[in-house]
Write a protein that binds this ligand. Structure first.
Ligand code: HEC
Length: 158
């Protein structure tokens, strides 16, 4: 009886220790002191979708979804900063930032928005774990169908 419960406890401890996102295993695969590119190779879109939960209080991520506390992020990867949503009231700081959303800028932004664009209104403490950020970036990219393809976006109806 005691042995059985001890084994059960050990199994539980093991389960709790290896979190279901295979974080440490993926980090090992990425190699020592992994670059963002190395992290993106082991990043997981499905896990990123789950981790997008931290953003979902303010952001939708669907075609034609409305802005929320923040702009709809569908298609954001590859776009210029502060220009995507025709309806969102961006800060002048972000509107005039001049950069583009790629893996590097998104990584820095998700870590600490104010370090990328001082004066932004995105009130967010940041995601400190680099692999969590890579998962979220992989997800954002997967929700940006025009980012990797040569297919032009349909012309806007006038
Ligand atoms: C508390 C609300 C809030 C949370 C949580 C939040 N954001 Fe934002 N986000 C905003 C606001 C507000 C803006 C617009 C900032 C501005 O205009 O300066 C913004 C802007 C952005 C932009 C720029 C969009 C563009 O069109 O240029 C990106 C990318 C972004 N957020 C990603 C994220 C991601 C990824 C997360 C989660 C890891 C997140 N945000 C969490 C409020 C939030």
């Amino acid at each position: 009886m005691r042995i059985t419960s001890a084994i059960a406890l050990m199994a539980l401890a093991l389960l709790a220790g290896c979190s279901d996102d295979r974080h440490d295993e993926r980090l090992r695969q990425a190699g020592p002191r992994p670059s963002l590119a190395a992290l993106l190779k082991v990043a997981d879109v499905g896990l990123g979708e789950r981790k997008f939960g931290r953003c979902a209080g303010c952001h939708k991520n669907n075609p034609n979804a409305p802005d929320f506390g923040g702009p709809n992020l569908y298609g954001i990867y590859g776009r210029p900063m502060g220009q995507s949503s025709p309806t969102f009231g961006y800060t002048a700081a972000l509107r005039n930032a001049g950069g583009k959303w790629d893996a590097a800028t998104l990584d820095a932004w998700i870590d600490n928005p104010r370090a990328v664009v001082p004066g932004t209104s995105m009130q967010f403490a940041g995601v400190p774990d680099p692999l969590d950020r890579a998962d979220i970036i992989a997800y954002l990219k997967s929700r940006s169908p025009t980012a990797e393809t040569a297919t032009p976006r349909p012309a806007k109806a006038r």
